[in-house]
Write a protein that binds this ligand. Structure first.
Ligand SMILES: NC(=O)c1ccc[n+]([C@@H]2O[C@H](COP(=O)([O-])OP(=O)(O)OC[C@H]3O[C@@H](n4cnc5c(N)ncnc54)[C@H](OP(=O)(O)O)[C@@H]3O)[C@@H](O)[C@H]2O)c1
Length: 253
């Protein structure tokens, strides 16, 4: 969609979600912003309002489906949403002891259920209107299981593949679906990494790339291209060849 006027973004209180909110903020734009941290979300809302946007905020956990659905439906009745960006997500630190069952379930719950809780309430409403756009935040980590981040890779693979499957079905009903697969982007999530992150990108640059990709209704918005190409190559190589190399990659603390 070239010029969405009513946009919902989850995970808008920091990082890529915050950068997207600021990027879209302008006069005659309505932003519905979701996050958990009250103060950070309010600061983003103020920044967007100062650029002329109208803003509604919801301090909610995306895993609480019923409450989130009720808010999204109310917002959509008042301001029919043109674009919904299901961005909220977490990663885990798995160095040493592996991934605890609790951590695995938390990552899947936020990254998968949180995305479904965000978009399922709006799909029937967009289909009824015969227009709308849905953007699902995946990752370049979705193209292969990488050691040190099993739940994260699996959650992002599910989101990407689900979105890619959904796209042709919903296109027939006038609703566009794109999946977003960034490499390393500066955010609270990557601030926790104490290893070199090749081609680490500022969040505002990532937001500009995402906005451009969504305006062109790209099926997959994957960037930066050298890391995308490398990831696809790694995914294509036989496990016996690539596993010894992957085993040496640094992991989250
Ligand atoms: N940064 C990267 O290199 C990178 C690369 C590929 C994909 N991604 C994806 O991009 C998305 C945004 O991450 P980021 O890098 O911008 O990290 P971030 O700065 O940590 O932002 C994460 C956002 O998600 C929100 N969030 C997390 N859990 C939530 C929950 N249960 N309910 C509601 N909101 C929740 C956070 O809200 P609060 O802070 O208010 O809790 C925050 O606004 C994630 O899906 C991530 O997997 C990031």
């Amino acid at each position: 969609m070239r010029q969405p006027k009513a946009i919902l973004i989850t995970g808008a209180s920091s990082g890529i979600g915050e950068a997207l909110a600021r990027c879209y903020a302008a006069p005659r734009i309505f932003l519905a912003l979701v996050g958990r941290d009250v103060e950070r979300l309010a600061a983003v809302a103020r920044a967007c309002e100062s650029r002329g946007a109208r803003v509604a905020t919801c301090t909610a956990d995306v895993t609480h489906g019923a409450g989130l659905a009720a808010w999204i439906e109310t917002i959509d009745q008042q301001e029919p949403l043109d674009l919904v960006i299901a961005n909220a997500g977490v990663s885990g630190g798995t160095a040493g002891g592996g991934e605890s069952a609790a951590q695995l379930r938390r990552i899947i719950s936020i990254n998968v259920d949180g995305v479904l809780n965000t978009v399922l309430p709006v799909i029937p409403r967009m289909v009824a209107r015969g227009r709308g756009q849905i953007a699902l935040m995946s990752s370049l980590a979705s193209f292969r299981g990488f050691p040190g981040a099993p739940a994260y890779c699996a959650s992002k693979a599910l989101v990407r593949v689900w979105g890619e499957s959904l796209r042709p079905d919903l296109a027939q009903k006038g609703v566009q679906v794109s999946v977003i697969c960034p490499g390393y982007v500066v955010s609270r999530m990557t601030a926790a990494n104490d290893f070199p992150m090749p081609l680490l990108m500022p969040a505002d640059r990532a937001a500009a790339i995402i906005r451009r990709g969504l305006a062109r209704n790209k099926a997959r918005i994957a960037f930066p291209w050298p890391i995308y190409a490398l990831t696809r190559l790694i995914a294509a190589l036989p496990a016996g060849l690539i596993e010894p190399l992957l085993a040496r990659l640094p992991r989250k603390r």
